[in-house]
Design a protein around this ligand. Structure first.
Ligand code: AHR
Length: 328
């Protein structure tokens, strides 16, 4: 099933129960704003760094409206300190529930503990935190980024199966410390890292943005004459890199093969045009499931501790077929 159909999100695996505490009816500490039946959600978004993020923000805002949930939305502009500030503001406003997509994995325990002590339940969306204390949040909804990296690596392995090697690769990572940057790198390396035929010449953060993707790719091209493959952790960095490759007089998708993650419209167009060779999908349409989960958590119902997004991959031919219906 394509993530376009999403729903497209599967309630997965671990059905360990969370919930109850912090709910509207549980007398959840200092939280639980006005008891007027309306749920107020504080949502701290990473920023607006990519087409994926824009689609994710729209999905969250539209779904909140449709679900009758009042959304207090805050854009952290890719800064953890802004997210911590926003979460503290939500706590002082006594919202019913907090949801956020953590810009980096580490450093959340203190503020999450503050939310817990205030009786306000937290849902992680899109990205995970590395806290060992799983009681600090109710559930985590989002993709398996390691699997995404693995899918990219498997495509590369097949694509270069008959090449003698070495296959010279460069990698554009997401922002340092972000779950998708760490996990996509790990998944890719798990497939190719131990194969001497595949050589990673350079791997640097491009912060998930087009501008930085272009800038870092320019540096890669200056330092390395023979690049066979670019692995970009998202479409936007891949699209920036395409500009750098063309400016260097090379043909993206031909002289340098490109694999990216996300499958947003611009990425899919570049794939259909032959400038990208393969895209691993990461769906941003998390809003409907987030609102469903929020209602259950606030009502004190049991929710799964992990809700996994179902995703596919796209070849150039598949992108051509999918593009007319692509919503984001
Ligand atoms: O966390 C999801 C990632 O964040 C997307 O792949 C990327 O485009 C975004 O900025």
């Amino acid at each position: 099933m394509s993530a376009v159909v999403l729903g497209g999100v599967l309630v997965a695996a671990t059905l360990a129960a969370c919930g109850g505490e912090g709910s509207r009816n549980s007398g959840g500490g200092a939280a639980a704003g006005k008891d007027d039946g309306k749920i107020v959600m504080g949502f701290s978004q990473v920023g607006a760094e990519s087409g994926w993020r824009t689609a994710n923000t729209k999905s969250v805002q539209d779904s909140a409206r449709e679900a009758g949930i009042e959304l207090k939305f805050s854009d952290a502009q890719q800064k953890q300190e802004n997210q911590i500030k926003a979460i503290r503001t939500f706590i002082s406003q006594k919202v019913d529930i907090i949801a956020f997509s953590p810009v980096v994995e580490s450093g959340w325990d203190t503020v999450l503990k503050e939310a817990k002590d205030a009786g306000i339940p937290v849902i992680l969306t899109d990205r995970a935190v590395d806290s060992p204390d799983k009681t600090l949040y109710k559930t985590f909804i989002g993709s398996d980024f390691v699997v995404e990296g693995t899918k990219a690596g498997e495509w590369v392995k097949k694509e270069f199966a008959s090449a003698a090697g070495p296959v010279n690769m460069v990698e554009l990572q997401g922002n340092t410390g972000a779950a998708p940057a760490i996990d996509r790198k790990e998944g890719f390396a798990s497939v190719l890292g131990s194969d001497p035929k595949f050589k990673m010449l350079a791997s640097q953060p491009g912060d998930f943005t087009r501008v930085k993707g272009k800038e870092v790719m320019e540096a890669f091209l200056r330092a390395n004459k023979d690049i066979d493959l670019l692995y970009a952790h998202n479409d936007d960095m891949g699209l920036g890199a395409i500009e750098a490759i063309e400016a260097a007089g090379k043909k993206p998708g031909v002289d340098i093969k490109i694999v990216t993650v996300d499958a947003v419209k611009d990425g899919m167009q570049a794939l259909a045009d032959g400038k990208i060779n393969f895209i691993v999908e990461c769906s941003p349409l998390l809003g409907p499931q987030l609102m469903e989960l929020a209602k259950k958590v606030v009502a004190g119902e049991t929710v799964p501790e992990r809700v996994l997004t179902e995703e596919t991959t796209f070849t150039q031919e598949q992108a051509k077929a999918a593009l007319p219906d692509r919503k984001y």
